[in-house]
Design a protein around this ligand. Structure first.
Ligand code: PXP
Length: 253
């Protein structure tokens, strides 16, 4: 029997929309609660150094109020390490971070950065946090993650997601992920994947038997607009019509 594939819901872009107005709505913690009710297995949030979406307060509230396992995405910096050690989330995924990027571009260089990363992995593993490294599906990166003692790797599916399904390049990239996931499992690592996954491209990734978890955010938050805009407009319309009817009724009474 095949293992159930876990779904980690990334709520960063609920915070992106909230921050566009600088007010409390929409609250990513409310989204995390909905995700739990809808069957998510975990909540993922990336506390970026520039705090462009998720804030420190969001992490405090996620840790205090949400029962699902929290996967904190973080850069390998002392500031983020201190936050992770303070909250001790279920998991921490170390990602590369460049200030000017729109999203996480490419995987972490675990191979070239072994010396820098070792202290972060060691300290978090010692604190009981499941440390994951977000890497490209390359043999050298996966072997470095193993050498570093991280129990989990998350394979970056962004390149795959940008390719035309069915093209030779797409098939090659998919095969790289298939091989990477198999190698990770052989080495005793738990293997996750994520970035850029959508209804159109998740199937081939979800079918890879060695994968244990997918982390998906931007598409879900975007798609929720189309699933929910209709009912939001209808409710607003009803509230307006009701208020107008009541006002007209009280004037004519
Ligand atoms: N996994 C990691 C490590 C990420 O950094 C991200 C993006 O924050 C995701 C998964 C989710 O990617 P997307 O928002 O494109 O679904």
């Amino acid at each position: 029997m095949s293992r159930k594939l876990r779904l980690g819901v990334n709520i960063d872009h609920v915070a992106t929309i909230r921050n566009a107005r600088g007010i409390a709505h929409p609250d990513p913690i409310r989204a995390a609660r909905m995700a739990a009710e809808a069957g998510a297995d975990g909540i993922t949030a990336h506390l970026r150094e520039d705090r462009r979406h998720i804030s420190d307060d969001d992490i405090d509230r996620l840790a205090a109020q949400i029962e699902l396992p929290l996967n904190l995405e973080m850069a390998a910096t002392d500031e983020m390490l201190a936050i992770a050690l303070h909250h001790k989330p279920h998991a921490a995924c170390i990602v590369p971070e460049k200030r000017a990027e729109l999203t996480t571009e490419g995987g972490l260089d675990a191979h070239g950065g072994e010396n820098h990363l070792r202290r972060y992995v060691d300290e978090m593993v010692k604190a009981g946090i499941r440390v994951s490294l977000f890497i490209d599906p390359d043999e050298s990166q996966i072997r470095s993650a193993r050498r570093l003692g991280a129990p989990v790797v998350e394979l970056h599916t962004g390149t795959y997601a940008e390719m035309t399904p069915g093209s030779d390049a797409w098939a090659q990239e998919l095969e790289r992920i298939v091989q990477g996931a198999a190698l990770a499992e052989d080495l005793g690592l738990e293997c996750h994947a994520g970035h850029g996954l959508s209804y159109d491209n998740v199937g081939a990734i979800a079918a890879i038997p060695n994968l244990v978890e997918l982390n998906i955010g931007h598409f879900l938050v975007g798609e929720a607009i189309f699933g929910g805009l209709d009912s939001a407009i209808k409710r607003m319309r009803a509230l307006m019509d009701q208020a107008r009817a009541e006002a007209t009724g009280s004037r004519s009474a």
